[in-house]
Design a protein around this ligand. Structure first.
Ligand SMILES: [Zn+2]
Length: 151
């Protein structure tokens, strides 16, 4: 009788462990799903979550200001090269190039030419800077400047 009871409680413990494991996996899946939802659908976090300077401008859609997995379409405007992720963005850029060719430095608020500006990729988004100095400031604490800007 004693032995049976012990076995029963062991079985109960094992089943509770199993249940905890299932709940753990479910939470993990839920967390992953939430993460997917909060990320823009068309971008890839190629630079890693902490961000990095982007030396390849061909990977930036300069209409959407996001980072693409592959090189985009090249568009030459006033002797400078701009990149767009698809035909739709290219057409929209062409129609209003004077507006889209510029971005705003999130640190200094200076207007910058996207074809010339140093670029920093952070969470799939491309940020353009007036100088290497403001890029370096941004890199130290991106969240501070991202929160302040209206993206
Ligand atoms: Zn596009």
């Amino acid at each position: 009788m004693e032995r049976i009871r012990r076995t029963k409680s062991q079985a109960k413990k094992a089943s509770m462990k199993k249940r905890a494991a299932i709940i753990g996996v479910a939470l993990l899946l839920l967390g992953g799903f939430a993460l997917l939802l909060t990320r823009p659908a068309s971008t890839e976090d190629v630079a890693g979550r902490s961000g990095a300077r982007l030396s390849d401008p061909t990977r930036v859609c300069m209409l959407q200001d996001n980072v693409q997995a592959q090189a985009g379409l090249e568009y030459e405007y006033q002797g400078k090269k701009y990149y767009l992720c698809c035909g739709g963005c290219l057409a929209a850029f062409k129609a209003n190039a004077e507006q889209y060719r510029t971005g705003v430095d999130p640190v200094t608020s200076a207007k910058v030419d996207k074809a010339l500006a140093p670029i920093y990729a952070y969470r799939g988004h491309a940020y353009f800077f007036a100088s290497e100095e403001s890029l370096a400031m941004f890199a130290q604490d991106p969240q501070r400047y991202v929160r302040a800007s209206v993206h």
